[in-house]
Design a protein around this ligand. Structure first.
Ligand SMILES: [Zn+2]
Length: 247
C-alpha cells in the first residue's frame, strides 16, 4: 500500500523540478545580464584582521555595482578575481558613499552611482603591474599604482565609480572606464573641450560625479575620471590593514 504513495511523491518532486525557474531574472537589465553577479550569492561582510568590509550597496540599495575585474570586460581582457564576486569597501566608507547616493537621488531621482571596483587584493595589484611591463615603471604608475607602495584600493578605501540611469546604462563621460588615453584625465578636460574631443555634456557629467563624491570628502586623481580615494594613501595605511589576497 505504501508504494503508490512513494511513486506519487517522486512524480510530484520531478514535476516540481521541471517547472522550477532555471535562473533568476532581473527586470530591465537584459543587455548587461551575463556580467552582473547576483548579490545574494555573496557574503554580506568580509573580515580582514580588525577591519570589516561590506558590500558597496549595504547602506543604500540605490547604489549599483558591476565588478569588472570578475569579468573579462576590463583593460586586461581577462578575469582577475577568482573568489571576489561583489564590490566591497570599508564599512565607514560605505556609509559615506550611501550619503553620496542620497545626494545624487535628491539631485535626480533617476540616477544611480555604479561602482566598478572597491577593495582590490595586493596579489591582483601585482598581476596588473606585471602585465603592463612593456611600460617603464615611472610611466606605469599613471595607470596602475605601484604594488610596492600599495594602492588605496588595497585598503578597501578607494572606488572606481560612474553614474548610470535606472537601466544601469552609464552616462557618457567621453572616455570609458580604464581608458588609458589622456582624454580620460580630469586634469586635461579644458584642453580636450577646447579641441572638441570632449563635449560640454561629458565635462558636465564628470563634474556632477566629482561634486557628488566630494560632498563626502572623496578626492579624485588627475589621470582617471572614475577613481576616488576616501582617504589619502598615507591615512588609509594608518586606519586599515592591507588586503593581501582574496578573502
Ligand atoms: Zn581605481
Amino acid at each position: 500500500m505504501k508504494q503508490p504513495a512513494i511513486f506519487l511523491f517522486i512524480l510530484i518532486f520531478l514535476v516540481g523540478c521541471e517547472s522550477a525557474p532555471q535562473s533568476v531574472k532581473r527586470e530591465g537589465v537584459a543587455h548587461h545580464e551575463p556580467d552582473i553577479p547576483e548579490a545574494k550569492h555573496e557574503p554580506e561582510l568580509l573580515v580582514n584582521g580588525k577591519d570589516t568590509l561590506v558590500k558597496v550597496d549595504a547602506y543604500n540599495p540605490d547604489i549599483y555595482w558591476e565588478l569588472k575585474y570578475a569579468t573579462a570586460e576590463n583593460f586586461m581582457k581577462r578575469v582577475l578575481y577568482d573568489t571576489l564576486k561583489a564590490v566591497y569597501i570599508q564599512k565607514d566608507i560605505a556609509l559615506r558613499l550611501a550619503e553620496c547616493q542620497a545626494l545624487l537621488s535628491k539631485t535626480n531621482p533617476d540616477l544611480h552611482l555604479l561602482v566598478y571596483d572597491g577593495v582590490r587584493p595586493l596579489s591582483v595589484q601585482w598581476e596588473m603591474w606585471n602585465a603592463l611591463d612593456s611600460i617603464p615603471p615611472a610611466e606605469r604608475g599613471k595607470f596602475v599604482s605601484n604594488p610596492q607602495n600599495g594602492s588605496v584600493h588595497n585598503y578597501g578605501a578607494a572606488v572606481d565609480i560612474t553614474i548610470c540611469d535606472a537601466n544601469r546604462k552609464p552616462i557618457d563621460m567621453g572616455a570609458g572606464y580604464d581608458d588609458i588615453r589622456k582624454i580620460a584625465y580630469p586634469s586635461l578636460e579644458a584642453q580636450f573641450l577646447a579641441s572638441g574631443e570632449l563635449k560640454r555634456e561629458h565635462v558636465a557629467n564628470r563634474a556632477l560625479l566629482r561634486r557628488i563624491m566630494r560632498s563626502q570628502r572623496f578626492s579624485n586623481i588627475p589621470t582617471e575620471w572614475w577613481h576616488f580615494n576616501a582617504y589619502p594613501r598615507a591615512v588609509a595605511k594608518t586606519r586599515y590593514e592591507i588586503v593581501t589576497r582574496e578573502l
